[in-house]
Design a protein around this ligand. Structure first.
Ligand SMILES: *Cc1c(COP(=O)(O)O)cnc(C)c1O
Length: 398
């Protein structure tokens, strides 16, 4: 039998080296625990990067998928399928949106959102030089369009030129957005809670200010809820806490809890003046298999009252992480809400990256966000006891 290191050597000889991976080969999962090939157990506070919200080895979820596998996996968007219709109703209902287009990933959802916004503006005035305002420190994905609105030059520069006419403003700085606004602006795109950039929630005044600017000038507000949406903040969508709605919203990650599916949704106002037949498409997007997963995910969110658990355990985790800020001088900050939280490390004294490496060796999966933040994005079904165990393992890793 091959050892874990044997597999890792093999992987590194054939997979393109675009990730510096942890030295673990996972085999299976149960609840909030993952197990490697040697049978070692890991408490998972990463959830496959905010994907596996409902836990591993979820029998009802697995059965829903198996049932759909036996019925129909794929049939092309030239036809209708019942899972896609049910998922569309459920997801738009949960988001307060009117229309949805299913994609295969988050980045593709962003591509669709950008195209929708440009088409909307094109329909209005016929010009072809519209601008989009994106945020510094943001992350929207790795395809060329999504990369173009990602406010991190390090990710963009090797791949220049980007798609044109993107302006970058500072997150949580309304004046900086206003300074980039002009008659050509067709959309403002931001994460309601910046994820990869280091867990920065939008300040209420900032988001309200942007909503007002957009209303005044018929500019579309695109909220990227790929990481912070689907219950992670304690609301189904993080923008609910602000009492505002976007014109376009993107989701992915937890929406399928492990199968590749994302979506962009929009209000009827946008749908009426944007994409029409011929403008956009996807072969796999929203096929019966992945939309059956979306239906089952939405059902479990409701039947198991996942949001209440996120609020309760999220508040508990907030207290516990706050205690660490008081206890250790190398932890300099704490941000987030619900089950999307981050601890800021003084990398000189205690590099966040090294803590993650040691945590994984100790059987706790945590990952960084930005260079100096450890983020906590566990499955949404964790308990307070899991949080207690996490704190013990984390302390052991300092
Ligand atoms: C992960 C992520 C994306 C990209 O999603 P992919 O499925 O990896 O393409 C986009 N936006 C945000 C906020 C994300 O966290």
């Amino acid at each position: 039998m091959k050892t874990m290191n044997g597999y890792i050597d093999e992987a590194e000889s054939v997979l393109l080296h675009t990730y510096n991976r942890f030295s673990v080969v996972f085999d299976h999962g149960r609840g909030v625990k993952l197990y490697d090939l040697d049978g070692k157990e890991y408490l998972d506070f990463c959830a496959g990067i905010a994907v596996f919200a409902l836990g591993y080895g979820n029998e009802e979820y697995n059965n829903a998928l198996k049932k759909q596998v036996d019925k129909l996996i794929h049939c092309s968007n030239l036809f209708y399928s019942v899972p896609a219709i049910e998922a569309a109703k459920g997801l738009t209902g949960a988001a307060g949106m009117d229309r949805v287009f299913f994609t295969n990933s988050g980045a593709e959802a962003i591509e669709g959102a950008i195209k929708s916004a440009r088409k909307y503006a094109f329909n209005r005035d016929g010009s072809t030089d519209h601008e989009i305002i994106a945020m510094n420190n943001s992350f929207h994905g790795r395809t060329m369009g999504a990369l173009s609105v990602t406010g991190n030059k390090k990710y963009r520069e090797p791949f220049y030129p980007m798609i044109g006419n993107i302006e970058y403003a500072d997150f949580n700085d309304l004046d900086s957005v206003k300074a980039r606004l002009n008659d050509k602006t067709c959309a403002i795109i931001l994460e309601t809670i910046q994820g990869e950039g280091g867990i920065y929630p939008a300040e209420p005044e900032f988001l309200h200010g942007i909503r007002e600017l957009c209303d005044e000038k018929d500019i579309l507000l695109i909220l990227d809820e790929i990481q912070c949406g689907m219950g992670r903040s304690g609301n189904m969508f993080a923008y609910e806490a602000y009492g505002i709605k976007p014109d376009i919203v993107t989701v992915a990650k937890a929406v399928g809890c492990g199968v590749p599916v994302g979506a962009f949704m929009m209000t009827q106002k946008v749908a009426d003046k944007s994409l029409i037949p011929g403008d956009h498409g996807t072969t796999y997007g929203g096929n019966p298999l992945v939309t059956a997963a979306v239906c089952e995910v939405l059902r479990q969110f409701k039947d198991r009252d996942i949001l209440s658990n996120v609020r309760e355990v999220g508040a508990y985790m907030y207290e516990k992480l706050d205690e660490l800020v008081c206890e250790y001088d190398f932890i300099t900050g704490h941000r987030g809400v619900g089950l999307i939280q981050g601890l800021v490390f003084d990398n000189e004294k205690m590099p966040a990256k090294d803590v993650c490496q040691r945590a994984v060796a100790n059987g706790l999966i945590v990952i960084t966000a930005g260079s100096d933040v450890i983020r906590f994005i566990p499955p949404l079904i964790i308990t307070k006891e899991d949080v207690d165990k996490m704190i013990v393992l984390l302390k052991k890793s300092f």
